[in-house]
Design a protein around this ligand. Structure first.
Ligand SMILES: [Mn+2]
Length: 487
C-alpha cells in the first residue's frame, strides 16, 4: 500500500477570485515543497470554501485507501460552521497545521490587503475551536512550514497515522493459545478488533507442520544463502539452521497467503516440530513481520505496527522481554532478551547464528538462534494491556547502553538499558501502570508518535518519562481510570 496525505486548505468565497487563486497556488507550492521533506507525499486537494466542498473531500478521504490522513490549514479565515458536517464524518487521522505562507511581517509592504490574505493567525483559531467543540481527536502542529523541526514533527505524525492504517488492516496468525495461566498476554479480541481493527485468529500447528513438510531443499538452499550473507554462522550444526529455514519459509507462506503481517506461537504447543522457531522468527521480524511469544498476540501486532511506523528511520523496533536486573549502585540496568526471539534490527554488530540446548517446552532438538548485543541509544519500550473494558498503552523512555558485561554463556541476544526516570523508580511506575514483561522496544519510534497513535485509536495513553514520580503517576492513573470508565 502506497500511503499519501491530503492537504485541505480552508478559506471562504468572501475574498473574491484573485485572493482564492493566490491561496490555491501557494497551497500547491507548499504541498510540493513539503513533500520533498516528508516521509510520505502531501497532495494538495482543495481550497475549501463551502460546507459541500468540505463534505465531499472528507467522503473521498474516508473512501480512498491510499489516503492515510488529512492535514488542514486556514490560509485565510474559514468559518467553522461549514466544517461541522465534514469533520463529524471524518474517519481518517487529522492534523491541524497552524502555519502561514510568509515567514516575516513585511514592514513596508503590509497593508489591509496583506492582512486579508494572510489571516492564518485568526483563521486557525476559528478552525481549532470547531475541532475542540466537536471533541474530535487531532494533532495540532504550529510553526513555519519551511522549518526543519516543524517538518520533522509533521513527518512523525504521518508515520503515526500510517501506524493507524496498518493497525486497521492488521491480521495476526496465532499458533497455539496463550501460555498456560499467564494473565497479561490475554485480552478481549472482539473489543480489540472494534477498537484497533485487528483480526486475530488461530491456525493449527498441524497446518504449519504440513506446510513445513512441503518446503523444498532448493527453497531452503536459497534462504541459507541469505542467512550466510546477513549473519555469521557460528555452529557446525547446519541441519538445525536448515530446519529453522524450513520453519521460516512455511510461516511466511502461510502468513502471506492469509494477508497476515504478525504471528504468535507458544513453546507449549509445538506438535510435530523439532525446534521452537528462533532464527526463523528473528529473520521474519527483520523483514517487518510482528511476533509475540507465548501466544502474546497483542505484542505481536504492536511489533508490526511500530516497525511500519519506523519505516525509513535509522533505528529499529522489536519484540522484547524484561529478564533480569543489574542492581549495583550507579550501574542499574535492565537486561532484556528472550528465550530465542529477539529481532536482529536491534543488533549493534553482525549477529551470530548459534545452536544451544533449550530445556523449556516441547522443543526436541537444539534450536538455532541469532545471538548479538543490542545497540546503544535513546529509545522507548511499549506495552499494550487490557484493563477490562478498555485498552491502555504504556510507553516508557529508556536509554540503552552497550551491555556492560560480556555474558559469554548467555545463549541469546541481549539488550541492556536504563528505564526513566531511573531503574528502580521506573520499575515502580511500570508495575503501578500494569505494564507487561513483553514489550516492543524501539530506537526510532518516539513517545510522541505513540501518543499520537493512541489518540487516533482512541485508547488510554500513559507515558513514563524522566520527570515521572510514582506519586504523580498514581494520581494520573486514578483520574484516567475514572475518565475512561465515563467514556
Ligand atoms: Mn516471553
Amino acid at each position: 500500500m502506497k500511503h499519501e496525505f491530503w492537504f485541505v486548505v480552508g478559506s471562504q468565497s468572501l475574498y473574491g477570485p484573485a485572493v482564492l487563486e493566490t491561496v490555491k497556488s501557494r497551497a500547491e507550492e507548499m504541498a510540493r515543497e513539503l513533500s520533498k521533506a516528508l516521509p510520505y507525499p502531501l497532495v494538495y486537494k482543495v481550497t475549501a470554501k463551502s460546507n459541500q466542498e468540505i463534505k465531499e473531500i472528507v467522503k473521498e478521504a474516508n473512501f480512498r485507501d491510499e489516503c492515510a490522513g488529512i492535514i488542514t490549514w486556514c490560509h485565510t479565515f474559514s468559518p467553522s460552521k461549514m466544517w461541522i458536517d465534514g469533520l463529524r464524518n471524518l474517519q481518517k487521522p487529522w492534523c491541524h497545521f497552524a502555519t502561514q505562507y510568509n515567514k516575516e511581517i513585511p514592514n513596508e509592504e503590509i497593508d489591509m490587503d496583506f492582512m486579508n490574505l494572510n489571516q492564518a493567525a485568526h483563521g486557525d483559531r476559528e478552525h481549532g475551536f470547531i475541532g475542540t467543540r466537536l471533541r474530535k481527536p487531532r494533532k495540532v502542529i504550529a510553526g513555519y512550514w519551511q522549518n526543519a523541526e516543524v517538518q520533522k514533527r509533521i513527518g512523525d505524525w504521518m508515520k503515526a497515522a500510517v501506524g493507524v492504517a496498518v493497525s486497521k488492516e492488521m491480521k495476526v496468525m496465532r499458533f497455539g493459545d496463550n501460555m498456560r495461566e499467564v494473565a497479561v498476554t490475554e485480552g478481549d479480541k472482539v473489543e480489540t478488533q472494534i477498537k484497533l481493527g485487528w483480526q486475530v485468529n488461530t491456525w493449527a500447528v498441524g497446518d504449519l507442520v504440513k506446510e513445513m513438510n512441503a518446503v523444498t531443499e532448493a527453497e531452503i538452499d536459497a534462504l541459507m544463502a541469505e542467512y550466510e550473507a546477513a549473519y555469521e554462522i557460528a555452529t557446525d550444526n547446519l541441519a538445525a539452521i536448515r530446519y529453522q529455514a524450513r520453519e521460516e519459509i512455511a510461516l511466511k507462506k502461510l502468513m502471506d497467503r492469509e494477508g497476515c503481517r504478525a504471528f504468535s506461537n507458544t513453546f507449549q504447543d509445538l506438535y510435530g516440530m523439532e525446534q521452537l522457531p528462533g532464527l526463523a522468527a528473528q529473520h521474519l521480524m527483520a523483514q517487518g513481520y510482528g511476533f509475540g511469544a507465548e501466544g502474546d498476540w497483542k505484542v505481536s501486532a504492536m511489533t508490526a505496527i511500530l516497525k511500519a511506523m519506523g519505516e525509513g528511520g535509522n533505528g529499529a523496533s522489536g519484540f522484547m522481554e524484561d529478564y533480569t536486573y543489574h542492581l549495583v549502585e550507579g550501574q542499574e540496568y535492565s537486561l532484556g532478551a528472550h528465550m530465542l526471539e529477539v529481532c536482529p534490527s536491534l543488533a549493534a554488530d553482525k549477529p551470530r547464528i548459534e545452536t544451544h540446548h533449550l530445556g523449556i517446552g516441547m522443543n526436541e532438538k537444539d534450536p538455532a538462534r541469532l545471538v548479538f548485543e543490542g545497540k546503544a541509544g535513546k529509545g522507548i519500550v511499549v506495552s499494550l494491556i487490557d484493563m477490562g473494558g478498555r485498552l491502555r498503552l504504556i510507553v516508557q523512555d529508556i536509554e540503552a547502553v552497550k551491555p556492560i558485561l560480556p555474558m559469554p554463556n548467555l545463549p541469546v541476544a541481549r539488550v541492556m538499558w536504563r528505564a526513566m526516570p531511573d531503574l528502580t523508580t521506573g520499575v515502580e511506575c511500570w508495575i503501578a501502570a500494569g505494564g507487561a514483561h513483553h514489550t516492543v522496544l524501539s530506537y526510532d519510534v518516539s513517545a510522541e508518535m505513540m501518543r499520537d497513535w493512541a489518540r487516533m485509536m482512541d485508547i488510554e495513553f500513559v507515558h513514563i518519562t524522566k520527570d515521572t514520580t510514582p506519586e504523580k503517576l498514581e494520581e494520573e492513573l486514578l483520574v484516567k481510570d475514572l475518565i475512561w470508565k465515563l467514556k
